[in-house]
Design a protein around this ligand. Structure first.
Ligand SMILES: [Zn+2]
Length: 503
């Protein structure tokens, strides 16, 4: 590659010879996208599950040179997609050094740069702005002001300048002008005050804007991209119509359509392979990964959870991380060298879930912890029936129905859990059918046993107390003579005098 032009005259020559392209941001992104499409490069590395839906629409928007908006619930990779657009910019562009709005040396729009060009002429030095510096992002909130977004000017200087062109004034630039010749992303657009939306529209439409009553000319070259929650965006009065009109494409994002896609995303994002000095080996069984993912799917369709705000993909990511940590804690205490999370660890990871959804009224009444536990239980039941389709569960359930019971908990070392459950005929077989290799070490076997017990509990084939004691689904058949000892028969602690109607 030739050395980059360092002065205005060199730049002019380079542009004339075609060595340096001079084009608008939208043309630049469009042409770079075309080159990538031709070369069959991945357009958005790390974005999973959007190849047939969202990505083609983004490509069309870019090819159309549209400003566009991504409409979707939280945790649908909207910000990540917008940030990835910066990869479609040139590696660097020539700018007037020190200019806050990254003026093009061959056509500066600010008066200071125009004065420099007049003064320094062909010898004007050129700076090169890297693509990372050309992406500006702002989370819209109701308290964002015109000064933050567009800029501010000193009213005294403005008054002195009187009828002169307002670009001669000393302007303090806001975020949008600072994104000149780049991409400006505004997240949660509907939260932006109407007045600022009008300002944005004016800049898009006319290249000027009024600040404190003074017209300011700002013919910016910016690709504007936005994100919003779909309901907020379509709600009447949230977005001023002329701005909506100027947004070329509305693109809907979505949660992963399949559990496989979702698991791939979580596997990519979750911090599971613990590194560091005292790191231990981590092995996450597939059925645990499936349960974690199914929790998000169940939560998204649960009537107790607010659908308008959604359930982010960050839920399964945090959940998996926290479940692994619970397993890591157990392994450290038990002196185990392999960390294998269990379904029980998913329950223990409740703190990673409860903050990630908004409850409907019915859910509020139940309480976030109870709602989360019920969702995990439904997820376990779903994964269990998928993995053990057609398996004969009777031998194990009969053992419990005949009065057998087992105490387990998430702190139980693997060998201890395996030993305690050895007496339950058929349990080991089911654990193997859950999908573990024959030579699996104790922590893996323990996780499979735990999965089977939790699966049977989720399907209400056996019961489990909050303290982790498993027993028969039905109250144990009482021997003919009254038993001297009371048999625990409730999986939900009930207040005195309340009837048990849980199962
Ligand atoms: Zn300038």
């Amino acid at each position: 590659m030739l050395p980059r032009p360092a002065t205005l005259s060199q730049l002019r020559e380079a542009v004339a010879s075609g060595a340096v392209r001079r084009r608008t941001v939208r043309d630049e992104i469009r042409e770079n996208l075309i080159a990538r499409l031709r070369a069959k490069h991945t357009l958005f590395p790390g974005i999973i599950g959007y190849d047939e839906t969202v990505v083609p629409q983004i490509v069309n928007a870019v090819l159309s040179r549209h400003n566009f908006i991504l409409l979707g619930l939280r945790g649908q990779a909207k910000s990540r997609i917008l940030r990835a657009l910066a990869e479609l910019l040139d590696e660097a562009i020539p700018v007037v050094p020190g200019c806050e709005i990254h003026d093009d040396p061959l056509g500066p729009i600010c008066s200071a740069c125009r004065a420099r060009v007049r003064l320094e002429g062909d010898g004007l030095p050129i700076a090169w702005l890297p693509r990372e510096a050309r992406y500006v992002e702002k989370l819209a909130t109701p308290d964002v002001t015109i000064a933050d977004m567009i800029g501010d000017l000193d009213p005294i200087k403005a008054a002195r300048a009187n009828l002169q062109l307002s670009d001669e004034l000393t302007m303090h630039y806001g975020l949008l002008p600072r994104a000149n010749r780049g991409i400006f992303a505004i997240n949660e657009l509907p939260d932006l005050a109407g007045k600022i939306q009008v300002g944005l529209f004016n800049i898009l439409q006319e290249g000027d804007v009024q600040i404190k009553g003074y017209p300011v000319r700002l013919p910016l070259d910016v690709l504007l991209v936005f994100s919003a929650n779909p309901e907020d965006y379509t709600a009447r009065g949230k977005i001023i119509t002329p701005l909506k009109d100027r947004i070329g494409s509305e693109i809907r994002t979505h949660y992963p359509a399949s559990r496989e896609d979702a698991m791939a995303i979580t596997a990519q994002e979750a911090w599971v392979s613990r590194t560091g000095q005292d790191a231990v080996a981590i092995e996450v069984p597939d059925f645990v990964r499936e349960v974690v993912e199914e929790v998000a799917f169940q939560a998204r369709q649960d009537s107790k959870i607010d659908k308008r705000s959604g359930v982010s993909q960050r839920l399964p990511i945090s959940l998996l991380e926290n479940a692994v940590s619970n397993a890591e804690r157990r392994a450290l205490l038990a002196g185990e060298t392999v960390v294998v999370p269990r379904v029980t660890d998913v329950y223990a990871a409740l703190p990673a879930i409860t903050g990630k959804f908004e409850l409907e009224y019915e859910g509020e009444l139940r309480g976030a912890d109870n709602v989360a536990r019920e969702i995990i239980r439904a997820a376990v039941g779903n994964v269990f029936s998928g993995r053990l389709t057609g398996a004969d569960l009777r031998q194990v359930t009969e053992w419990f129905d005949l009065g057998g019971s087992l105490q387990a908990h998430d702190a139980l070392a693997a060998h201890e859990l395996v030993a305690r459950t050895a007496q339950v005929q058929g349990l080991r077989d089911l654990a193997n059918q859950a999908g573990i290799r024959p030579d699996a070490p104790a922590p893996v076997l323990a996780a499979a046993i735990d999965f089977v017990l939790e699966g049977l509990y989720a399907q209400k084939k056996i019961s489990r107390s909050d303290e982790g004691r498993f027993h028969g689904a039905e109250p144990p058949r009482r021997p003919p003579r009254p038993s001297p000892e009371p048999v625990p028969d409730s999986d939900v602690p009930m207040g005195a005098g309340k009837k048990k109607y849980y199962n």
